[in-house]
Ligand binder design. Structure first.
Ligand code: FAD
Length: 229
Protein backbone atom coordinates (compact mmCIF):
# COMPACT_ATOMS: atom_id res chain seq x y z
CA UNK A 1 0.00 0.00 0.00
CA UNK A 2 1.37 3.38 -0.95
CA UNK A 3 -0.99 6.05 0.33
CA UNK A 4 1.15 9.06 -0.50
CA UNK A 5 3.43 9.75 -3.42
CA UNK A 6 7.15 9.42 -2.86
CA UNK A 7 9.37 12.48 -3.19
CA UNK A 8 11.39 10.93 -6.01
CA UNK A 9 14.57 11.07 -3.95
CA UNK A 10 17.44 9.91 -6.19
CA UNK A 11 18.66 6.40 -5.42
CA UNK A 12 22.12 5.59 -4.10
CA UNK A 13 22.96 8.97 -2.59
CA UNK A 14 25.62 7.36 -0.36
CA UNK A 15 28.73 5.29 -1.20
CA UNK A 16 27.47 2.29 0.73
CA UNK A 17 24.22 2.15 -1.23
CA UNK A 18 25.88 2.51 -4.63
CA UNK A 19 26.08 -0.69 -6.66
CA UNK A 20 29.71 -1.35 -7.60
CA UNK A 21 29.48 -4.92 -8.95
CA UNK A 22 27.79 -5.34 -12.36
CA UNK A 23 26.73 -1.70 -12.38
CA UNK A 24 24.74 -2.13 -15.58
CA UNK A 25 22.14 -3.95 -13.48
CA UNK A 26 21.73 -1.01 -11.11
CA UNK A 27 18.66 1.18 -11.47
CA UNK A 28 18.60 4.79 -10.41
CA UNK A 29 14.97 5.56 -11.12
CA UNK A 30 12.98 5.94 -7.92
CA UNK A 31 9.98 4.34 -9.64
CA UNK A 32 11.94 1.08 -9.93
CA UNK A 33 12.48 1.05 -6.17
CA UNK A 34 8.79 1.64 -5.48
CA UNK A 35 7.83 -1.11 -7.94
CA UNK A 36 10.15 -3.71 -6.40
CA UNK A 37 9.03 -2.85 -2.86
CA UNK A 38 5.33 -2.73 -3.73
CA UNK A 39 5.45 -6.10 -5.52
CA UNK A 40 7.04 -7.86 -2.54
CA UNK A 41 5.20 -9.67 0.22
CA UNK A 42 8.08 -9.97 2.66
CA UNK A 43 11.50 -8.49 3.18
CA UNK A 44 14.61 -9.94 4.77
CA UNK A 45 15.66 -7.75 7.64
CA UNK A 46 19.29 -7.70 8.68
CA UNK A 47 20.24 -6.44 12.14
CA UNK A 48 23.23 -6.76 14.43
CA UNK A 49 22.09 -8.73 17.45
CA UNK A 50 24.49 -9.24 20.33
CA UNK A 51 27.41 -8.21 18.14
CA UNK A 52 26.56 -10.64 15.34
CA UNK A 53 24.51 -10.13 12.16
CA UNK A 54 21.21 -11.97 11.74
CA UNK A 55 18.81 -11.80 8.78
CA UNK A 56 15.16 -12.68 9.37
CA UNK A 57 12.07 -12.57 7.12
CA UNK A 58 9.32 -10.15 8.05
CA UNK A 59 6.40 -8.28 6.52
CA UNK A 60 6.47 -4.59 5.69
CA UNK A 61 4.54 -1.84 4.00
CA UNK A 62 5.51 1.29 2.07
CA UNK A 63 3.90 4.68 2.28
CA UNK A 64 5.62 7.28 0.14
CA UNK A 65 9.21 7.55 1.31
CA UNK A 66 8.78 5.36 4.37
CA UNK A 67 8.90 1.63 4.99
CA UNK A 68 7.01 0.45 8.04
CA UNK A 69 7.92 -2.67 10.02
CA UNK A 70 6.29 -4.16 13.06
CA UNK A 71 6.94 -6.98 15.49
CA UNK A 72 6.56 -8.21 19.02
CA UNK A 73 8.17 -6.29 21.86
CA UNK A 74 9.64 -9.69 22.67
CA UNK A 75 11.36 -10.06 19.29
CA UNK A 76 15.13 -9.62 19.55
CA UNK A 77 15.51 -8.37 15.99
CA UNK A 78 12.86 -5.69 16.51
CA UNK A 79 14.51 -4.49 19.72
CA UNK A 80 17.88 -4.41 17.94
CA UNK A 81 16.34 -2.42 15.10
CA UNK A 82 15.16 0.21 17.59
CA UNK A 83 18.72 1.12 18.48
CA UNK A 84 20.92 0.37 15.49
CA UNK A 85 21.32 0.39 11.71
CA UNK A 86 19.44 -2.16 9.66
CA UNK A 87 19.58 -3.47 6.11
CA UNK A 88 16.42 -4.63 4.43
CA UNK A 89 16.20 -6.62 1.19
CA UNK A 90 13.27 -7.46 -1.08
CA UNK A 91 13.95 -10.02 -3.81
CA UNK A 92 11.89 -11.32 -6.71
CA UNK A 93 13.18 -14.23 -8.78
CA UNK A 94 11.74 -13.93 -12.29
CA UNK A 95 13.49 -16.82 -13.96
CA UNK A 96 16.27 -19.33 -13.93
CA UNK A 97 18.94 -18.74 -16.54
CA UNK A 98 20.32 -22.00 -17.93
CA UNK A 99 23.75 -21.53 -19.45
CA UNK A 100 26.12 -23.74 -21.44
CA UNK A 101 28.64 -23.72 -18.62
CA UNK A 102 28.18 -24.19 -14.86
CA UNK A 103 29.62 -20.82 -13.88
CA UNK A 104 27.29 -18.88 -16.20
CA UNK A 105 24.07 -20.20 -14.68
CA UNK A 106 22.19 -17.22 -13.31
CA UNK A 107 18.81 -15.84 -12.30
CA UNK A 108 16.67 -13.06 -13.62
CA UNK A 109 15.64 -10.93 -10.68
CA UNK A 110 14.52 -7.64 -9.25
CA UNK A 111 15.99 -6.77 -5.89
CA UNK A 112 16.03 -3.77 -3.60
CA UNK A 113 18.22 -3.05 -0.60
CA UNK A 114 17.39 -0.32 1.90
CA UNK A 115 19.80 0.70 4.64
CA UNK A 116 19.45 3.12 7.51
CA UNK A 117 18.48 3.62 11.11
CA UNK A 118 14.77 3.15 11.73
CA UNK A 119 12.77 5.30 14.09
CA UNK A 120 10.42 3.73 16.60
CA UNK A 121 6.95 5.22 16.26
CA UNK A 122 5.29 6.07 19.54
CA UNK A 123 2.49 8.42 18.49
CA UNK A 124 -0.76 6.38 18.72
CA UNK A 125 -2.25 7.69 15.47
CA UNK A 126 0.98 7.17 13.55
CA UNK A 127 1.27 3.65 14.94
CA UNK A 128 -2.22 2.80 13.73
CA UNK A 129 -1.46 4.33 10.34
CA UNK A 130 1.73 2.29 10.05
CA UNK A 131 -0.08 -0.93 10.98
CA UNK A 132 -2.76 -0.15 8.42
CA UNK A 133 -0.08 0.34 5.75
CA UNK A 134 1.49 -3.02 6.65
CA UNK A 135 -1.84 -4.90 6.60
CA UNK A 136 -2.94 -3.24 3.38
CA UNK A 137 0.41 -4.00 1.74
CA UNK A 138 -0.02 -7.74 2.24
CA UNK A 139 -3.82 -7.95 2.13
CA UNK A 140 -5.31 -4.94 0.31
CA UNK A 141 -8.84 -4.05 1.32
CA UNK A 142 -8.63 -5.80 4.69
CA UNK A 143 -8.02 -3.07 7.29
CA UNK A 144 -11.54 -1.65 7.17
CA UNK A 145 -13.15 -5.12 7.22
CA UNK A 146 -11.59 -6.40 10.42
CA UNK A 147 -11.35 -5.56 14.13
CA UNK A 148 -8.75 -2.86 14.79
CA UNK A 149 -5.84 -3.62 17.15
CA UNK A 150 -6.71 -3.59 20.87
CA UNK A 151 -4.77 -1.58 23.46
CA UNK A 152 -3.20 -4.80 24.70
CA UNK A 153 -2.11 -5.82 21.19
CA UNK A 154 -0.69 -2.37 20.53
CA UNK A 155 1.22 -2.42 23.82
CA UNK A 156 2.90 -5.67 22.75
CA UNK A 157 3.95 -4.31 19.35
CA UNK A 158 6.98 -2.34 18.20
CA UNK A 159 6.36 -0.20 15.11
CA UNK A 160 9.32 1.12 13.12
CA UNK A 161 9.66 3.61 10.27
CA UNK A 162 12.61 3.41 7.87
CA UNK A 163 13.32 6.25 5.47
CA UNK A 164 13.97 5.29 1.83
CA UNK A 165 16.77 7.79 1.26
CA UNK A 166 19.51 5.13 1.25
CA UNK A 167 18.31 2.49 -1.17
CA UNK A 168 19.45 0.61 -4.24
CA UNK A 169 17.84 -1.50 -6.93
CA UNK A 170 19.44 -4.17 -9.08
CA UNK A 171 17.62 -5.90 -11.93
CA UNK A 172 18.79 -8.69 -14.20
CA UNK A 173 16.85 -9.80 -17.22
CA UNK A 174 17.68 -11.54 -20.46
CA UNK A 175 19.36 -14.76 -21.48
CA UNK A 176 22.57 -16.49 -20.51
CA UNK A 177 25.88 -14.66 -20.80
CA UNK A 178 27.74 -17.59 -22.25
CA UNK A 179 31.33 -17.46 -23.43
CA UNK A 180 31.60 -17.25 -27.24
CA UNK A 181 33.68 -20.45 -27.22
CA UNK A 182 30.85 -22.36 -25.44
CA UNK A 183 28.31 -20.98 -27.93
CA UNK A 184 30.56 -22.02 -30.79
CA UNK A 185 30.96 -25.51 -29.34
CA UNK A 186 27.15 -25.80 -28.98
CA UNK A 187 25.28 -29.00 -28.12
CA UNK A 188 23.93 -27.80 -24.74
CA UNK A 189 20.48 -26.34 -24.13
CA UNK A 190 20.58 -22.77 -22.88
CA UNK A 191 17.80 -20.34 -22.16
CA UNK A 192 15.50 -18.95 -19.51
CA UNK A 193 12.86 -20.77 -17.48
CA UNK A 194 10.50 -17.97 -16.33
CA UNK A 195 9.15 -18.14 -12.80
CA UNK A 196 5.81 -16.61 -11.81
CA UNK A 197 3.96 -16.58 -8.51
CA UNK A 198 0.19 -16.91 -8.54
CA UNK A 199 -2.46 -17.04 -5.83
CA UNK A 200 -4.44 -20.22 -5.34
CA UNK A 201 -8.15 -20.70 -4.65
CA UNK A 202 -9.19 -19.14 -1.30
CA UNK A 203 -9.89 -21.70 1.47
CA UNK A 204 -12.62 -20.47 3.87
CA UNK A 205 -11.89 -20.93 7.56
CA UNK A 206 -13.67 -24.06 8.87
CA UNK A 207 -15.26 -22.01 11.66
CA UNK A 208 -16.65 -19.36 9.29
CA UNK A 209 -20.21 -18.20 9.98
CA UNK A 210 -22.61 -19.50 7.30
CA UNK A 211 -23.39 -17.09 4.50
CA UNK A 212 -20.17 -15.07 4.67
CA UNK A 213 -18.96 -14.58 1.13
CA UNK A 214 -15.29 -14.41 0.20
CA UNK A 215 -14.50 -10.68 -0.16
CA UNK A 216 -13.97 -9.42 -3.68
CA UNK A 217 -10.63 -8.01 -2.54
CA UNK A 218 -9.56 -11.62 -1.94
CA UNK A 219 -11.22 -13.08 -5.04
CA UNK A 220 -9.80 -10.36 -7.30
CA UNK A 221 -6.26 -11.37 -6.43
CA UNK A 222 -6.70 -14.93 -7.64
CA UNK A 223 -7.03 -13.72 -11.21
CA UNK A 224 -4.58 -10.83 -10.97
CA UNK A 225 -1.59 -11.05 -13.27
CA UNK A 226 1.77 -11.24 -11.51
CA UNK A 227 3.44 -7.85 -11.16
CA UNK A 228 6.39 -7.33 -13.49
CA UNK A 229 8.91 -4.51 -13.78
C1 FAD B 1 18.32 -13.79 -6.78
C2 FAD B 1 19.74 -13.28 -6.70
C3 FAD B 1 20.80 -14.19 -6.77
C4 FAD B 1 22.10 -13.73 -6.70
N1 FAD B 1 23.12 -14.64 -6.71
C5 FAD B 1 24.39 -14.23 -6.56
C6 FAD B 1 25.47 -15.16 -6.46
O1 FAD B 1 25.29 -16.37 -6.49
N2 FAD B 1 26.72 -14.68 -6.32
C7 FAD B 1 26.97 -13.34 -6.25
O2 FAD B 1 28.14 -12.94 -6.11
N3 FAD B 1 25.98 -12.43 -6.35
C8 FAD B 1 24.71 -12.85 -6.48
N4 FAD B 1 23.70 -11.93 -6.54
C9 FAD B 1 24.05 -10.50 -6.55
C10 FAD B 1 24.32 -10.02 -5.13
O3 FAD B 1 23.09 -9.62 -4.57
C11 FAD B 1 25.29 -8.82 -5.11
O4 FAD B 1 24.78 -7.78 -5.92
C12 FAD B 1 26.69 -9.20 -5.61
O5 FAD B 1 27.17 -10.32 -4.91
C13 FAD B 1 27.67 -8.05 -5.44
O6 FAD B 1 27.97 -7.90 -4.06
P1 FAD B 1 28.89 -6.68 -3.60
O7 FAD B 1 29.00 -6.75 -2.12
O8 FAD B 1 30.15 -6.65 -4.42
O9 FAD B 1 27.95 -5.50 -4.03
P2 FAD B 1 28.21 -4.00 -4.24
O10 FAD B 1 27.72 -3.64 -5.60
O11 FAD B 1 29.58 -3.58 -3.85
O12 FAD B 1 27.19 -3.44 -3.14
C14 FAD B 1 27.18 -2.06 -2.80
C15 FAD B 1 25.76 -1.67 -2.53
O13 FAD B 1 24.99 -1.91 -3.69
C16 FAD B 1 23.69 -2.34 -3.33
N5 FAD B 1 23.43 -3.70 -3.85
C17 FAD B 1 24.29 -4.72 -4.03
N6 FAD B 1 23.66 -5.81 -4.49
C18 FAD B 1 22.36 -5.47 -4.59
C19 FAD B 1 21.23 -6.19 -5.01
N7 FAD B 1 21.28 -7.47 -5.43
N8 FAD B 1 20.02 -5.54 -5.01
C20 FAD B 1 19.93 -4.25 -4.61
N9 FAD B 1 20.99 -3.53 -4.19
C21 FAD B 1 22.19 -4.14 -4.19
C22 FAD B 1 23.63 -2.33 -1.82
O14 FAD B 1 23.14 -1.08 -1.37
C23 FAD B 1 25.07 -2.48 -1.43
O15 FAD B 1 25.32 -1.99 -0.14
C24 FAD B 1 22.39 -12.35 -6.60
C25 FAD B 1 21.31 -11.44 -6.53
C26 FAD B 1 20.01 -11.90 -6.58
C27 FAD B 1 18.90 -10.91 -6.48
Amino acid sequence: MSTTASTRTPLSPTPRSTVTRLKDRARTDRADLDAVLDAGLICHLGVVLGGSPVVLPTVYGRDGDTIYLHGSTGAGNMRAACTGDISLAVTHVDGLVYARSAMHFSMNYRSAVVRGRPVEITDPDQRLHALQVIVEHAAPGSWDRVRPPSKKELAATIVLALDLTEASVKIRNGGPGDDPSDIATGGVWAGVLPLQQTWGTPIPSPDLDPGIETPTTVLDRTTAAPAMV
